[in-house]
Design a protein. Structure first.
Length: 225
């Protein structure tokens, strides 16, 4: 994979529209290997709990060391040229691979050589994130609504706040309403006002970048459930 120069040499750098267009063209350029490598690394991270590079938002010299540089280059070229940027095809390729379909069973002889599983000799044991855990709970109760599309659902009662930001009461929501079982992807989320249930399960602060989900173990999670 190649890298394009990051300095654009604009005739009028003060023109904001020109700067934005140059950045967009640079990101989407088929010759910009950084874009394609970043995407495949991030998708790999979502499926395995860890990317081929440990720092999804930094594949540069200050980021993590690639465990399989040849693999990430091959995936990036395949994703760009063969899959034509189709994320569905990239997901299919990864989840049907022998690496993904491995058992998570521990093997002493492999652990002695690679205790951190950087060489992918087994599948990682990954916890469900907050969104998936909520959906799993609804599915186990037979209450998950698999309907696709439509507007976001507000799982709270809203009232006027002290300023422009309203006051949200998640405890006052009526969980018997028809829309209460919609999947978590359809939740209406306020950036500055967290859902206490999701927050207890480590849902990230939407006001900050969160390339990697944090996971904690606390008594509050058990009480929430």
């Amino acid at each position: 994979m190649t890298y394009l120069p990051a300095r654009f040499g604009l005739p009028n750098p003060a023109d904001e529209r020109t700067r934005r267009a140059a950045l967009a063209d640079w990101l989407a350029n088929p010759g910009n290997g950084l874009t394609w490598r970043s995407i495949v690394n991030r998708v790999w991270h979502y499926h395995f709990g860890r990317g081929l590079c440990d720092t999804p938002s930094d594949l540069g010299t200050m980021g993590g060391v690639l465990s399989h540089p040849e693999l990430i280059d091959w995936l990036a070229v395949w994703f760009r040229d063969d899959a034509r940027g189709s994320l569905k095809e990239l997901h299919r390729l990864i989840v049907t691979s022998a690496t993904y379909r491995q058992t998570s069973q521990h093997r002493d002889e492999a652990a002695r050589l690679d205790g951190d599983n950087r060489w992918w000799w087994r599948q990682n044991r990954n916890r469900l994130d907050a969104d998936a855990f909520r959906d799993f709970t609804l599915a186990a109760a037979g209450a998950l609504d698999l309907k696709m599309g439509g507007p976001a659902i507000q799982y709270f009662r809203k009232s006027a706040g002290p300023q422009l930001t309203p006051a949200l009461d998640y405890g006052a929501d009526d969980w018997s309403q028809p829309e209460s079982g919609r999947r978590s992807v359809y939740r209406y989320v306020w950036r500055a006002i967290a859902d206490p249930f999701m927050e207890a399960l480590d849902f990230p602060d939407l006001g900050l970048p969160a390339p990697v989900r944090g996971f904690s173990v606390s008594s509050l999670q058990a009480l929430t459930l």
